[in-house]
Design a protein around this ligand. Structure first.
Ligand code: GCV
Length: 840
């Protein structure tokens, strides 16, 4: 009896060690998975010594205990007090001073704010690893640094190392609404709110604080920049204080987005004129009230005079007057105002060839340089339009030389595939950060401007619009978490390379297996370029439907309206003429050396050509291709690369856990199909607009496709798809009879094995059922119940809803009969675009 029980336990042990453990992704890069060679870290003492001190000491010690125990498979214990034994000592300068005793000689008094130093100290027989923070945050960052060293398999430092952040502002913004929705959030509902209130259970908020601290982020603005007018109501402040309590142990300060009309709406004053004494007094009293409830409150983010938000223009006041009124109230408490540079008119006149949205940031702010209070930071989006797939750096960065600035980067993939497409954004962000603005004819890269280095500004830094949600893995696409991680790492040190960031993220998130690491690194590394190839080339912007959800293609939506995301295409040419010589003059907003490069069509980099210039479709690029042929080739190349994601991913089966494997596989499968929707829409549109055919004859010519409207229909009727470019042949078929409809065709392919692909449309409003038969025998069936694409309200066949299913390896011969059955559900009429038969 006893023997068999032991055997059972033994088998259980083996099963547990052999299994790749199940994972939801909730631990992100803090998985602390057991490492392959724990003996490499045998010198790490098993005691973690905490001096009597701040709560951060304990948070750091707990994290070390949790991580090291799990990764190294031996127990680590926390001990308190001042012991003379081997230990990992985690502390900060203040705790050390409080403890009094000179327990070790390890100078940290030169540490910059939020910095840490980490090193081994062997004295006689006593061996210590010391993590010393300049302050509680530095201490936490040092602890996370040690954990990252172990998790990614790096050697322990042989000499003490120190590190400090690039800049003081390292914040994320969350565009969460109090009702629990998130503007441009693609990973479920808000972790902060539900139904108009702060959630009762804030466990995920504390988890978020931990994730942010682990990559050095020190602030979260917890509500939408399109701020709810209730935000500053007294009862809401009490609720927000509960969020701040969850973030505090992680050194993350909470801040709020506020509407400038609050003195009127919340305070019931007759005005919100920022220079009115009653308004100034209101802000002061309100801010005092906030600091009573939230002593470490970070400050306010302000979106004003932008996209329907009110602002100082209503009283003919400037952004500086508005920002300063609020900043003066915050200053005594150490709070900041992050005033957004995203101020523009969305009712521009398309017929005015001098009108240009890209000019707005500079035009609205440059004359105010030096007029802001010292605790105001202007928060400037990386590019002058709005988070497009490629934009030049905003000229405002070089124009504000006496004002602190933070760069606003978008981690949530609004225009970049909404976490249904893999797009690793660090290379894109680095392109902006490394852009040398040449202000005053000297080296002034954007990263050094926002760090406050170039123009000697006291504040500044990095703000990332994160929009994590309640999805277990925070951002929906497992690969998208590399963007949150990468944002934190770049904010800490914008000099890190893409590969340094990527490789460490991969190891921490997926493990150190060489095949896993090289495959995932390689997939992510070029993913921005691939997405750019199939969505919007040469600086034209993401060619998405800007009047809808910013997801699928919808090319002309950008033209002929007041939003100003124009590219001014006609039958002869395309691109915005932003030159000083003949265009909107935007290029003249850059310092002269850079302006000169952009102004000349011959020196302007090709990847910004259509942003800066209007050129004929036949304009020859630096690589010798014409613009139009480049667009065709890039779309085919990009979409072809997206097809490789699935087979490359499949090589990892069994090397990573099944849950995340399957989830990613499903997303890559979707991306492969949607990349083709994009490719066909954009290339067909260019061909029609320019009248110039693709030299390789691919565009509009799909020999393997059978259009649904050309199949023999029973019940199905053809409809025109809008915009026309988002369906093959611009048509789909829909079924409006509850009993279902069918489409039949006779195949004429030579005998062989093929993929049978069905391109159909999946709306949120229904769960249509489909099945495919070959010669009356079932091949497969499915329900169109995907929550992909993430477009809830879109109940039309178009580039947002178009998706596909593939049945691989089906033997076919000439004369086979293929039948597709569709049964509608609710308002989804089982819509179909085409069937495609491709070679294996
Ligand atoms: C929160 C774009 C987005 C909006 C966003 C706005 C902003 O226009 O589409 O959702 O509003 O930018 O950054 O304020």
């Amino acid at each position: 009896m006893r023997r068999s029980r032991n055997l059972g336990l033994l088998l259980l042990f083996f099963a547990a060690t052999l299994c790749v453990r199940a994972e939801t992704g909730s631990e992100a890069w803090l998985r602390y998975a057991p490492i392959a060679e724990p003996s490499r870290y045998a010198t790490l003492p098993s005691r973690i010594l905490v001096l009597p001190g701040s709560p951060a000491d304990l948070a750091a010690a707990n994290e070390l205990q949790r991580g090291l125990t799990s990764m190294l498979g031996r127990p680590f214990t926390i001990v308190h007090g001042v012991h003379g034994t081997d230990a990992i000592i985690v502390t900060n300068l203040a705790s050390l001073t409080r403890a009094g005793a000179a327990i070790f000689t390890f100078t940290g008094d030169k540490l910059l704010p939020e910095a840490f130093t980490l090193g081994e100290k062997v004295e006689g027989k006593t061996h210590r690893l010391i993590i010393l923070g300049a302050d509680p945050r530095g201490e936490l960052y040092g602890a996370f640094h040690l954990l990252e060293i172990v998790a990614s398999g790096q050697p322990l430092p042989t000499k003490p190392i120190s590190d400090s952040p690039s800049s003081p502002v390292r914040w994320v913004n969350q565009w969460d609404n109090l009702d629990g929705t998130i503007e441009r959030g693609y990973a479920g509902r808000s972790i902060f709110y539900d139904n108009g209130h702060v959630r009762a259970d804030l466990t995920r908020v504390s988890g978020y604080g931990r994730l942010l601290a682990s990559v050095g982020i020190n602030g979260v603005t917890v509500n939408n920049v399109n701020s709810d007018l209730r935000t500053l109501e007294p009862e809401m402040i009490v609720e927000f204080a509960r969020i701040a309590d969850q973030l505090r142990p992680w050194g993350v300060r909470m801040s709020l987005s506020v509407d400038l009309s609050s003195p009127q709406v919340v305070g019931h004053l007759p005005t919100f004129d920022p220079v009115d004494p009653t308004v100034i007094a209101w802000w002061r009293i309100k801010v005092d009230e906030i600091y009573k409830a939230i002593p470490d409150f970070g400050g306010f983010v302000i979106k004003a005079d932008s996209e329907g938000r009110v602002g100082p223009s209503q009283y003919h006041r400037t952004p500086a007057e508005a920002a300063n009124a609020v900043a003066r109230a915050l200053k005594p408490h150490g709070g900041l105002v992050l005033y957004r540079g995203f101020v523009y008119n969305n009712h521009l006149d398309y017929n005015d060839l001098k009108a240009d949205r890209a000019r707005a940031g500079y035009d609205n702010f440059h004359a105010l340089d030096g007029k802001f209070e010292s605790n105001v930071v202007i928060q400037v989006k990386n590019g002058p339009i709005d988070f497009q797939v490629r934009e030049p750096a905003s000229p405002l960065f070089a124009a504000l030389q006496h004002t602190s600035q933070a760069i606003e980067l978008q981690i949530t993939q609004e225009y970049l595939g909404q976490q249904r497409h893999m797009v690793f954004l660090v290379p894109m962000w680095k392109t902006t950060l490394d852009t040398d603005m040449r202000a005053d004819n000297r080296s002034t890269p954007v990263k050094e401007i926002v760090e406050g280095k170039s123009f000697h500004q006291p504040l500044g830094g990095f703000v990332g619009v994160a929009n994590v949600g309640l999805d277990a893995n925070w951002m929906h696409h497992p690969m998208a978490m590399a963007n949150l991680y990468g944002f934190g790492k770049l904010a800490w040190n914008p000099g890190l390379t893409t590969d340094q960031i990527l490789d460490t993220w991969t190891r921490l998130t997926w493990g150190n297996h060489p095949t896993v690491v090289s495959t995932i690194d390689e997939l992510q590394r070029h993913s921005w370029h691939v997405y750019e190839q199939y969505t919007g080339n040469l600086g034209i912007g993401t060619l998405t439907n800007i009047l809808s959800y910013h997801f699928g293609p919808g090319i002309e939506s950008a033209e002929r309206n007041g939003w100003g995301q124009w590219f001014r295409a006609d039958s002869t040419g395309i691109g915005m003429d932003r030159t000083v010589a003949t265009g909107t003059g935007y290029i003249g907003q850059y310092p002269p050396e850079l302006a000169k490069v952009y102004e000349d069509v011959n020196t302007c980099p090709d990847d910004l050509l259509l942003f800066m210039h209007h050129v004929p479709y036949t304009h020859v690029l630096h690589d010798g291709k014409t613009v139009v042929q480049y667009v065709y080739d890039a779309h085919y190349e990009g979409a072809a690369t997206a097809q490789t994601y699935v087979p490359r991913w499949q090589t990892l089966k069994g090397l990573i856990d099944d849950e995340r494997y399957e989830q990613t596989l499903k997303l890559f499968t979707y991306q492969a199909g949607h990349a083709i929707v994009w490719r066909d829409a954009v290339t067909r549109w260019f061909q029609k607009e320019s009248g110039i055919p693709d030299k390789l004859g691919r565009v509009g010519n799909y020999p393997d496709r059978i259009e649904a409207e050309n199949m023999t229909a029973e019940g199905y009727t053809p409809v025109d798809v809008k915009p026309w470019e988002t369906a093959s042949n611009s048509k789909a078929v829909v079924c409006n009879q509850a009993s279902g409809c069918s489409l039949t065709t006779t195949l004429d392919k030579p005998a062989d094995n093929y993929n049978i692909i069905v391109q159909y449309f999946d709306f949120w409003s229904g769960k249509s059922r489909f099945s495919v038969d070959l010669n009356g025998k079932p091949i497969g069936n499915w329900i169109a119940d995907d929550t992909l694409p993430p477009v809830r309200a879109e109940n039309q066949p178009n580039g947002d809803t178009s998706t596909r299913i593939t049945f691989p390896n089906i033997p076919l011969k000439p004369g086979d009969t293929l039948t597709l059955h569709g049964t509608p559900d609710n308002t989804e009429p089982a819509p179909v675009d085409y069937v495609e038969i491709t070679k294996q």
